[in-house]
Design a protein around this ligand. Structure first.
Ligand code: FES
Length: 577
């Protein structure tokens, strides 16, 4: 408190001093035309922006940040926008997941090192959401996440196109000779025809939904299209609200409780959300000191019915979802079914139930009632067995029911290059009863755990009209993809997991109802293979990739760097002058 009874904030350590240090901190800021009274002790709000022309899904964020700024000013705050590294899913190589933790470090250190009292995280394309949540969680200031919103429905020759989902579908059709390459290329512009992120219930939309379900975003954060004026309104309201949150000292740790994560897991089931959410939420929880593991995903989420009929599991897209009532309508269904921790506090300052209890559904084709769900089970099945001692995941709502119990001969690809080189070889010894196995695509192996787990089927099988086979890997899968795909097998092959020991011709049994994934090879034979196995060398001798390789945890622990787990708070660092 100041002498006149005003509450003092963290930023006063920089801007509140009548001495040489205060001069330094204020004077250089004034070269941006900031008047004296902005330094009068009002809350300083960071706008953490992932805008980049290399991240097309976040390409509208400068305009959106201006609306956040208006809101902050209206509420009496002092907005200061700052950039952090942005992760664009479509361009970055080898995979954005390699850099999620790097961005989280950028975010954490940028917040802690600067005169920031509260922060709005501007998130959109897949990894930008978990990266910013993770970094901010390790600081634990009042924090509000604002998603950029999905693109409008894709459209090509009258057909509704879903981001990603139709790329996989059309690619398979070209391979099967059912679509010309010219038509395939013609669909490009219709696939992405407005600002925003992927508009299927892929990873970006899933993570935007997780932001809302965790209570970290404004109500309706998940689904308002980027091009809809109501997204701008939401941004302005978020700007107003973060100033109040600072005054209320509503820190992230008061929102991101175990109850909030339980809500998010159940919501992921109800929306048929991406498998990537499993890794990201575990990583965020561990930053926050909340105990969350793979078993929680199965126990809390697996039996939750899928209420939302959205691609890749269904027919509609995020634009339809918003018009039908969006996530609040889904959460009301869960709340009335007793599957919501109603008292979980949210950034609105109200409980989750207060936020959603009056939500309405306007289209039961898109958002089904809990009593008449779209699919009986929408969550994630967590598998274990001698092929995945630390677990693996499968998304039943995106899989073929007839393949949920399956035994087949392994056809092994040692890495992604081996897969590309041989998958369409007419002489490849494979048929639709086989189990495709892809190794060395986990966190260390790729490196970064690429989204290649939904490897396309061999052309000769697609030409038979077969569209799904059991596939097993240590990779991830795009949230826009589908298939009977076992993912995140841990430990990964490059870390010496049993996946490294699988050979062509081994029999593999998948039993989803009993949650097992079994390599039918005798223990003594596996021991002999292990004795002959040598780990692959680090992908880089120096730099961030080498650091990542030495410290990344396995998928079941969230793929964070081991030294980043937990938080350090927002204590003001040592004076600089
Ligand atoms: Fe950015 Fe899909 S490519 S969200």
């Amino acid at each position: 408190m100041t002498k006149d009874g005003k509450k003092t904030f963290r930023s006063a350590e920089w801007f509140g001093k009548a001495n040489k240090d205060g001069f330094h901190h204020r004077s250089w800021m004034k070269n941006q035309g900031i008047p004296d009274d902005e330094f009068d002790g009002r809350p300083v709000i960071g706008i953490c922006n992932t805008w980049s022309e290399l991240t097309p899904c976040n390409g509208h964020f400068r305009e959106l940040a201006e609306k956040v700024r208006y809101g902050i000013l209206e509420a009496g705050g002092f907005p200061l926008e700052f950039p952090v590294m942005s992760l664009g899913e479509t361009l970055m190589r080898p995979t954005t997941m390699l850099f999620r933790n790097l961005v989280s470090m950028d975010v954490e250190e940028s917040i802690r090192a600067n005169p920031i009292d509260g922060v709005v995280l501007m998130v959109g394309c897949d990894k930008t959401t978990p990266a910013l949540l993770m970094g901010a969680a390790s600081c634990d200031l009042p924090t509000l996440a604002l998603s950029g919103g999905p693109m409008l429905n894709g459209d090509y020759r009258g057909e509704k196109l879903g981001s990603g989902t139709h790329v996989w579908k059309f690619d398979a059709m070209v391979k099967a000779g059912e679509m010309t390459l010219a038509d395939f290329m013609g669909a490009e512009a219709g696939n992405a025809r407005s600002p925003g992120h992927c508009m299927t219930m892929g990873t970006a939309s899933t993570m935007a939904s997780m932001v809302e379900a965790l209570g970290m975003g404004m109500t309706a954060n998940a689904a308002i299209p980027a091009a809809d004026a109501r997204r701008k309104t939401l941004a302005q309201m978020a700007g107003r609200r973060i100033v109040e949150m600072v005054r209320e000292d509503l820190r992230m740790s008061r929102v991101l409780t175990r109850a909030a994560f339980e809500n998010a897991i159940r919501v992921n089931g109800a929306i048929g959300g991406s498998t990537n959410a499993v890794i990201h939420l575990i990583a965020v929880a561990r930053r926050m000191g909340v105990n969350l593991n793979l078993a929680d995903w199965d126990a809390l989420g697996h039996d939750v019915p899928c209420l939302v009929n959205l691609m890749p599991s269904g027919e509609y897209l995020m634009e339809d979802f918003y018009y039908a009532g969006g996530l609040p309508a889904v959460m009301r269904e869960l709340g009335e079914a007793g599957l919501l921790n109603r008292d979980a506090l949210t950034v609105t300052g109200r409980t989750m139930w207060d936020n959603v209890k009056d939500a309405e559904c306007f289209n039961r084709q898109v958002i089904h009632a809990f009593a008449a769900p779209y699919k009986d089970k929408g969550g994630i099945a967590v598998l274990s067995g001698n092929l995945a001692p630390s677990g693996a995941v499968l998304k039943p709502s995106a899989a073929t029911p007839e393949l949920m119990v399956h035994r087949g001969r392994a056809v092994v690809f040692e890495d992604i290059e081996d897969y590309h080189a041989r998958v369409d070889d007419p002489d490849l010894d494979i048929d639709e009863t086989c189990v495709m196995v892809l190794k060395n695509c986990g966190p260390k192996g790729y490196p970064g755990m690429a989204e290649v787990g939904n490897m396309a089927l061999p052309a000769k099988i697609l030409k038979k009209g077969i569209t799904d086979m059991v596939r097993v890997s240590d990779a991830r899968m795009s949230g826009t993809a589908y298939g009977t795909v076992v993912l995140h097998t841990a430990p990964e092959a490059a870390d010496g997991g049993p996946l490294a020991l699988v050979r062509d011709g081994d029999m593999i049994s998948l039993d989803v109802p009993n949650r097992s994934l079994t390599l039918e090879v005798a223990d003594d034979e596996l021991a002999a293979r292990r004795a002959a196995w040598t780990p692959p060398p680090p992908p880089m001798a120096r730099g961030y990739v080498n650091l990542f390789h030495r410290h990344v945890t396995q998928a079941d622990a969230g793929c964070d760097l081991d030294f980043l787990v937990g938080g350090s708070g927002a204590a003001v660092p040592r004076e600089s002058h």
